[in-house]
Design a binder for this molecule. Structure first.
Ligand code: TEU
Ligand code: CA
Length: 578
């Protein structure tokens, strides 16, 4: 009942298809497995679901390497299964968006097979091909020094036509040449219109900052030339031409009269709030954006795997979160997604708080409060609502399936990564590998936690499913799940405060400092209608958390008429001395 568009007040739920729910006992999550879970998602308070890529793919990058936009990876089901899911979601009052992965295709896509077949192929120019160079010793060298996000050169030599092709990600993910207007039309038809025509309500747009490259391919300034793993620095992001391509893409969405479609871009690591205004501000083409700065919090400029010490600093967390919250200020608006987890990062209770037996539940609740009372479009990643944790530290490297992880580990083991020792690499993998967010959803206490009836699943189920699972937590008022349900109701009830409102995240000085994580201070804006709520003072620490934070919030906001000094919610992620 807010005056805001649906995608601003919606609570989004990110489903990672292979790990959500297996309906046919092959150990792999699938589309038909999602449909029976829709009532659960409704009961949680979700309005929108986002599906990770389920399209035809050889699965080198878990479906972010697409070989056919218009068909479904067979283990996940068929296009008619997807149609059934779209219809079922709408019947349950849920919006549904898909992942749009169009910076690159799989190397097995028919477009690339044609493009690489001959320099004279009609589709040669649909990808970036270059002859490369010869150095003083007469050795062949790539066209420039760009590095892949996943390590090593971003150029792959192709014997057949004796040229290099560009791949910002895996060599199995050749970059599309967006300068080619035929290619753009093919992308708009196959990857966008095909699914909009089936009723999908929009897309989460993968790597939205990098479609345009400087096709002169100049060398970049490389921070650590001998490291195979350059991250953080993007040589090619946010070029002016990129915004032109997104205008064209927006026009496709705009051609669907009467459909309230949403475009939510995934920004790359280096995107700043200033640049984000270009994407989502009043002249931008996107509605909302996922920033990466909290996801990349532990990273150094050198590499994802060379971590800051300490890897988690609360003040930095606050600065980053607060800066992006500032984009929801009146007049400076560039609407932003607010989220702590996805399929590319470890679990938030493990990264930002304390996932030990005694601290996990309270930690998950603290982080839920932070999220539910922040501005922006809120996304919950599957399992976050029940307090799922990263993979146990004692699990062996064999349990890690992500090629980003596996190829890094192999590079270190074979001495091809600059300087890292194998134990240092393992320590980083156990903290920040993307696999931590990909263990199967934990539904109940049956074998494999109800994720699959198969003997084993594609990824090992976390043994803590005995007490971390939907069935156990449903109806248990002290559980993380029931807490999320309540805090989401509060968020919606006070949407003006929490969504359209503006919380200043700030740190405190003085004696609270050692116990304090996060404060909210709500300034009463002139003429704001939300009750007479001025500023609520709720000073609480960890011990209070163990009781019932939502009762405190309910008491404060339930009245709605209380003259309240200042709303300072302390979210301490370290056991405060009671
Ligand atoms: O990720 C974009 C991206 O560059 C980072 O999230 C990166 O994948 C990660 O931080 C590496 O450590 C998107 C998808 O979310 C990711 O799963 C894909 O691998 C990537 O694009 C390529 O499609
Ligand atoms: Ca299955």
């Amino acid at each position: 009942n807010s005056s805001l568009p649906w995608w601003k007040t919606a609570v989004g739920y990110h489903i990672y298809v292979p790990s959500f729910s297996d309906s046919n006992g092959d150990g792999i999550g699938d589309i038909p497995g999602i449909i029976p879970r829709l009532p659960y998602l409704r009961s949680l308070g979700v309005d929108l679901i986002w599906l990770s890529p389920f399209y035809a793919s050889p699965q080198y990058d878990m479906g972010y390497d697409i070989s056919n936009y218009k068909s479904v990876h067979p283990p996940y089901g068929t296009t008619s299964d997807v149609q059934r899911l779209i219809d079922a979601a709408h019947q349950h009052g849920l919006k549904i968006i898909f992942d749009l992965v169009v910076n690159h295709t799989s190397h097995l896509h028919e477009w690339f097979l044609s493009s690489r077949s001959s320099r004279l192929s009609a589709k040669r120019d649909w990808y970036h091909w270059r002859p490369g160079k010869v150095d003083e010793q007469g050795n062949r060298r790539p066209p420039n020094n760009w590095m892949s996000v996943f390590g090593r050169s971003a150029w792959q030599w192709d014997e057949l036509t004796e040229e290099y092709y560009l791949h910002i990600y895996l060599k199995e993910q050749p970059d599309l040449n967006w300068e080619n207007s035929e290619l753009r039309k093919a992308v708009f038809d196959d990857a966008i219109r095909f699914w909009l025509d089936k009723g999908v309500d929009g897309f989460r747009i993968d790597t939205v900052c990098i479609y345009a490259k400087d096709t002169g391919f100049p060398d970049a300034e490389i921070s650590n030339p001998d490291s195979e793993f350059q991250l953080g620095r993007r040589y090619y992001a946010d070029l002016p031409q990129n915004f032109e391509y997104l205008k064209e893409m927006r026009a496709i969405f705009g051609s669907y009269e009467g459909r309230e479609l949403v475009m939510i871009g995934e920004y790359s690591g280096s995107t700043t709030t200033e640049i984000a205004r270009g994407y989502c501000g009043q002249n931008g083409s996107l509605d909302c954006g996922f920033h990466k700065q909290l996801l990349d919090l532990e990273r150094t400029e050198v590499s994802k795997w060379i971590l800051r010490e300490p890897s988690f600093e609360l003040t930095r967390f606050l600065e980053v979160h607060n800066e992006w919250q500032g984009l929801m200020d009146k007049g400076k608006e560039a609407w932003t997604a607010v989220y702590l987890e996805n399929h590319d990062v470890a679990r938030s209770v493990s990264r930002f708080a304390d996932d030990s037996l005694e601290m996990r539940v309270a930690s998950a609740k603290l982080l839920a409060v932070l999220m539910a009372t922040s501005s922006g479009t809120l996304f919950i990643y599957q399992g976050q609502e029940i307090g799922m944790t990263s993979m146990p530290r004692e699990w062996s490297i064999q349990e890690y399936k992500d090629n980003e992880t596996v190829r890094y580990y192999e590079a270190v083991r074979e001495g091809r990564a600059s300087g890292e020792s194998l134990e240092c690499a393992l320590s980083s993998i156990r903290k920040v590998a993307r696999d931590h967010g990909r263990t199967p959803m934990q539904w109940d206490t049956s074998l494999n936690s109800g994720f699959t009836s198969a003997g084993e699943s594609w990824m090992r189920v976390n043994e803590n499913y005995a007490e971390v699972n939907v069935e156990f937590e449903e109806g248990n008022e002290d559980s993380v799940l029931e807490f999320w349900k309540r805090i989401l109701r509060i968020r919606k009830q006070y949407w003006e405060l929490f969504i359209a409102g503006r919380f200043e995240l700030f740190d405190v000085e003085g004696e609270l400092r050692n116990r304090v994580g996060v404060y909210w201070k709500y300034e009463q804006e002139e003429g704001r209608q939300s009750g007479d709520l001025k500023r609520a003072l709720v000073v609480m620490n960890f011990s209070t958390m163990r009781m019932a934070i939502e009762d405190v919030l309910e008491e404060i906001f339930g009245g709605g008429k209380r003259e309240i000094a200042e709303f300072q919610l302390i979210v301490s992620t370290h056991p405060g001395s009671d």
